[in-house]
Design a protein around this ligand. Structure first.
Ligand SMILES: *Cc1c(COP(=O)(O)O)cnc(C)c1O
Length: 337
């Protein structure tokens, strides 16, 4: 594997910290818990998309683009970080936002939506849940081309094979950190959404023959559907990076029980996990991705899937701006807890 063959913008200047979560480990009484702080990546309020955009924006610039079009949910962290990169690079930026929850787009809302406005997004096209996002982005692109612009489309979550290379690089970074720390990991826990994070991390581990299992916690799809999505992207990513021998299907593992009642909709496990991390480690998770992923991890510890004597690393992918959209749910939870 030689990731240096791809153009990059070098958004990731230093490795993100790997921290031992002493208080959380003690409270849960299970494995030794380590947290990789990808929530501290550069970009406006950081997060996992910075690693993928490092490769994808470089490709856009190499192709002579002056405008980026991308898509996401109404509180998309990916859209926020794409806009952040565009501001720095001097590129125009346009969004297509999907109302995965009916009527959920509110231009007055807080969190990432406010940051879209603060960083001066050029246009937002809102489409209903289940709409064809590629078609909607192509339409925006055609309109811009007619005006003489050179648009480049980034798929949702920047989760194509090139974007996933950002997480292949993260896996390599992590392996070096673990070597320096004498830390022998038994497992890695990642959120599994548009799948670039999960697929890239897995390809990086397999490409390095590390033999460390990568467990995805689903944030939007049932296990069977998500595993196929991760598997397909992992194969494309392995091909692109030159990982020989392919990706074994059984290396793709997802847990699908923790995102219900649906993508971005709060549940008790998420409320407990976000509150627990804030009050033990002063770490801010988010309600849509890292909170539900941590809820899954906590449940799997309680069920004995991960246990004392093991070292397990949780990849914190960021997303905390979305917390402020869920204040009411949290305040109700504080009263109950
Ligand atoms: C996008 C996102 C994820 C999911 O990562 P994918 O690569 O889309 O699977 C997880 N956490 C946060 C905070 C995100 O914004």
């Amino acid at each position: 594997m030689n990731l240096a063959k791809f153009p990059r913008r070098n958004y990731v200047k230093t490795p993100t910290p790997v921290e031992y979560a002493a208080n959380l480990t003690k409270l849960l009484g299970g494995p030794e818990i380590y947290i990789k702080r990808d929530d501290e990546l550069p970009g406006a309020a950081g997060g996992n998309k910075t690693r993928k955009l490092d490769f994808v924006i470089a490709d856009a610039l190499a192709q002579g683009a002056d405008t980026i079009i991308t898509c996401g949910a109404v509180q998309s962290n990916h859209c926020r970080l794409t806009l952040s990169a565009c501001v720095k690079e001097g590129l125009d930026c346009h969004f297509v936002l999907e109302e995965r929850v009916k009527d959920s787009y509110n231009p007055e809302s807080s969190g990432n939506n406010f940051l879209f406005q603060l960083m001066d997004i050029k246009s937002i096209t809102v489409v209903p849940g289940g709409a064809d996002m590629d078609a909607a982005m192509n339409k925006v692109a055609d309109d811009l081309k007619a005006k003489g612009k050179k648009p480049y489309i980034i798929p949702g979550g920047a989760s194509n094979a090139l974007g996933a290379c950002g997480y292949v690089a993260c896996a390599q970074e992590l392996l070096e950190q673990c070597f320096a720390m004498n830390l022998n990991l038994d497992a890695i826990i990642v959120p599994s959404g548009s799948a670039g994070t999960h697929a890239g991390t897995l390809v990086g581990m397999i490409g390095n023959n590390a033999n460390i299992p990568v467990h995805g916690i689903d944030v939007s799809r049932p296990r069977e559907v998500q595993e196929e999505k991760v598997y397909a992207l992992a194969q494309q990513t392995a091909e692109l990076c030159g990982v020989k021998g392919g990706i074994p299907r059984e290396a793709v593992r997802c847990y699908g029980d923790y995102y219900n009642p649906g993508y971005s909709l709060p549940n008790d496990g998420m409320l407990e996990a976000v509150t627990m991390l804030a009050r033990t480690e002063a770490i801010l998770l988010d309600p849509v991705y890292s909170g539900k992923t941590m809820a899954g991890f906590i449940d799997l510890i309680r069920k004995g899937v991960f246990k004392k004597g093991q070292n397990v690393l949780f990849l914190h992918t960021g997303g905390s701006p979305a917390l402020f959209v869920y204040m009411k749910e949290f305040r109700d939870w504080f009263k109950k807890a």
